[in-house]
Design a protein around this ligand. Structure first.
Ligand code: ZN
Length: 227
């Protein structure tokens, strides 16, 4: 199984573990095909809800734990160009729009991607996800020769509003790398992984599909950049 060959893939998400569930397989496949992949992670997820019970972390130690998890996930995926952009978790939505857009423009100028992957604005659920998606869309929207922009959407009304995703990658050949990426973020994903592994063991086709089919929407350009 292969996916279209790109010149360079730029992946932008706000939190460590945003890459794991929906995109890590696609990232691994690009890397196996010899395409350079840059993963820009805007925060260290230091406000992560899960400190464990009993706690495995404090507010102070969580960023270091999640930083190590992010590095482990990148290694599992095979990403060698990991950028930690140094913003603060839960504050991305309050960053200045232009500052955020400039950050994205700089990343794009440096990496010259033929494909950019982020969340789909208005279908990304979390305010940090939305702010990230908006900044990426704004930066790409200003370009004369735009790279492809593939977006992950998971709001409840996604299917109703956007229809079926136009891009579905079967990542079964890198399934183990994807599971390793999800496992790397164990402080946040333990519960979810347990449930998934249970379903996989029972041979539930839905769980297997959820794991091995990664879904993207090509961003639909409109007139959102009149300002
Ligand atoms: Zn997130």
């Amino acid at each position: 199984m292969t996916i279209p060959k790109e010149r360079h893939v730029l992946v932008v998400f706000p939190h460590p573990d945003d890459e794991a569930f929906g995109v890590s397989g696609t990232m691994s496949m690009h890397i196996e095909q010899g395409t350079p992949v840059t993963y820009a992670c805007l925060t260290l997820g230091e406000m992560g809800r899960n400190l464990g019970n009993p706690p495995f972390a404090t507010r102070e130690s969580l960023p270091e734990i999640r930083r190590a998890e992010l590095l482990a996930s990148a290694e599992a995926i095979g990403v060698t160009d990991l950028r930690m952009m140094g913003l603060r978790d839960k504050t991305v939505e309050f960053e200045d729009d232009e500052k955020m857009t400039k950050m994205m423009e700089d990343l794009i100028a440096e990496t010259n991607p033929s494909l950019v992957i982020t969340f789909y604005p208005e279908y990304a659920v979390h305010p940090d996800h939305e702010a990230t998606a908006r900044a990426v869309v704004r930066a790409v929207g200003r370009m004369e020769n735009r790279p492809k922009l593939h977006c992950v959407a998971f709001a409840n009304n996604t299917l109703e509003m956007l229809g079926e995703p136009d891009i579905i990658h079967n990542i079964v050949t890198v399934r183990d790398k994807k599971i390793a990426s999800m496992r790397a973020h164990i402080s946040q994903t333990a519960w979810m992984l347990q449930e998934m592994e249970h379903k996989l063991e029972q041979g539930e086709p839905e769980a297997e599909n959820w794991l091995t089919l990664e879904r993207f929407y090509s961003y639909r350009w409109g007139n959102e950049f009149s300002s």
